[in-house]
Design a protein around this ligand. Structure first.
Ligand code: SIN
Length: 454
């Protein structure tokens, strides 16, 4: 795609064009980074309290724009109104958590003269590029912008090209809050990012993206180890259902984890390890629960027809070892972005080698994998290459804690869906789900380096 072609945004609900704009040219994006480099010393030189005031002002502006932002999340990102409202509600909280807990964890002020050495303070790295996703186009971009600015690093946002209208509205809020010199926006696809990776002022790239994009960024930056790359690349999230689990509650949470937002969450539940003896009962409950997650009423479409088609194609080509228990996959629905929830069963271990089991497929599908012995389930979960979020459903907290200790995932949840990350904790996964640079509460450490004073 050349940079001169227009950028159009179509609503996944009905395909109508809801926004039209321009892709940023390479020269514009480059000049934006030049501008951030010029603004960096003054911004970094401000007292943290001054930057905090500017970020609180951003919070006020965003609050005033809530209705518009919700509407855009619904029409452009295909969110259900309930999900749009919860995403918008996270924006203010992110600012307070960053300025309170984040600041305490990553202090920037030198220690008091009378305090004992050693001390660690965090110095801003400099201009950063933020590559945003379409599934939480506000919350996850904002979740990187706020800590970067709080620490003193200016940011260039390259939002998902599927959500340019949301990004434009967010950028307007930044300008209105007086952050125009330290926040820039470059609209477009990967063609906008590639030249920027050679910009000498670039210090940091933080991306929430697919594994393919993460690998491409990593390759492009291979010769520039001084540029910090922080990747959040999604996950293949497993839930472990134990023999004493409350099956009604478990079915409700598995359904919510797998099918809300039509499965377009990096923390969505993809696979449930279930004691073989409990499978018939749990499957029956999940089949009933599927009725509550029909996309037209309960969770919205996939981001576009193309993504929905790719998801359907992957499921049409499933191996015989993966039996479809619930949901229909219609062929020839190229432009239809709606996909009803799918429920499948591993009926032969060969299914575990398939990409539907091993890789993230962004859509509403839950695979039930029966087990005889809990250790067998733990071994399957340990073999998962993209260990972002896990859930354990069991009665006893002490049992859960033993299992949580054994599960090397970015987060392990007790009797709750895998879906959802906490802003007040670090967020990031293991192995293929990222590169060990957690965001959320720890995002400040992506944009600032430790300096030891003693
Ligand atoms: C996701 O689930 O895609 C992001 C995590 C979150 O903030 O809930």
């Amino acid at each position: 795609m050349d940079n001169a072609s227009p950028l159009l945004s179509h609503s996944p609900w009905d395909g109508r064009c809801i926004w039209q704009g321009r892709r940023s040219s390479s020269a514009e994006a480059w000049a934006a980074l030049d501008g951030l480099q010029r603004a960096f010393p003054a911004w970094a030189g401000q007292a943290p309290a001054q930057r905090d005031a500017a970020l609180r002002e951003l919070g006020c502006v965003l609050e005033g724009q809530q209705e518009e932002l919700c509407e855009l999340l619904i029409t452009e990102a295909g969110k259900h109104p309930r999900d749009a409202q919860s995403e918008v509600a996270l924006l203010g909280k992110k600012i307070s958590i960053t300025l309170e807990q984040g600041r305490a964890l990553f202090p920037q002020l030198p220690p008091r003269p009378e305090s004992d050495p050693p001390h660690t303070i965090y110095r801003p790295r400099g201009p950063a590029l933020i590559v945003g996703p379409f599934n939480f186009p506000l919350h996850l971009v904002h979740g990187l912008v706020v800590p970067a600015l709080a620490m003193g690093s200016p940011v260039l946002i390259k939002p998902s090209e599927r959500c340019p209208a949301v990004a434009a509205a967010y950028y307007r809020a930044c300008i209105a809050a007086g952050l125009g010199e330290v926040v820039a926006l470059a609209q477009g696809g990967p063609e906008v990012v590639a030249p920027l990776l050679r910009h000498p002022a670039l210090t940091t790239v933080a991306a929430v993206a697919s594994r393919r994009t993460g690998a491409a960024l990593s390759q492009a930056l291979a010769g520039r180890p001084e540029v910090l790359l922080a990747l959040e690349l999604g996950g293949v999230n497993h839930a472990l259902v134990c023999a004493d689990a409350d099956l009604q509650a478990c079915a409700r949470d598995l359904a919510m984890g797998a099918w809300s937002m039509s499965g377009q969450r990096c923390t969505a539940t993809r696979i449930a390890q279930v004691p073989r003896a409990l499978c018939p009962q749990l499957i029956a409950l999940l089949q009933q629960a599927a009725a509550d997650w029909q996309p037209q009423q309960a969770c919205g479409p996939l981001i576009d027809g193309e993504s929905a088609s790719a998801f359907r194609r992957a499921w049409q080509q499933r191996p015989a070892a993966l039996q479809l228990l619930h949901g229909e996959i219609h062929e020839g629905e190229g432009s239809n972005a709606f996909q009803a929830p799918l429920l499948a069963l591993v009926n032969d271990g060969a299914a575990r080698q398939h990409s539907l089991y091993q890789e993230e497929h962004f859509g509403p599908a839950l695979i039930i994998d029966p087990y005889e012995d809990e250790n067998e389930a733990l071994a399957r979960m340990a073999a998962n290459p993209a260990r972002l979020a896990a859930s354990v459903f069991c009665a006893e907290r002490s049992h859960f804690l033993r299992l949580a200790q054994a599960l090397d995932y970015g987060q392990v949840n007790h009797n709750r869906p895998t879906a959802g990350a906490r802003s007040d904790q670090p967020f990031g996964g293991r192995a293929a789900s990222g590169n060990g640079r957690p965001a959320a509460l720890h995002a400040a450490n992506i944009f600032a380096d430790a300096c030891v004073i003693w």
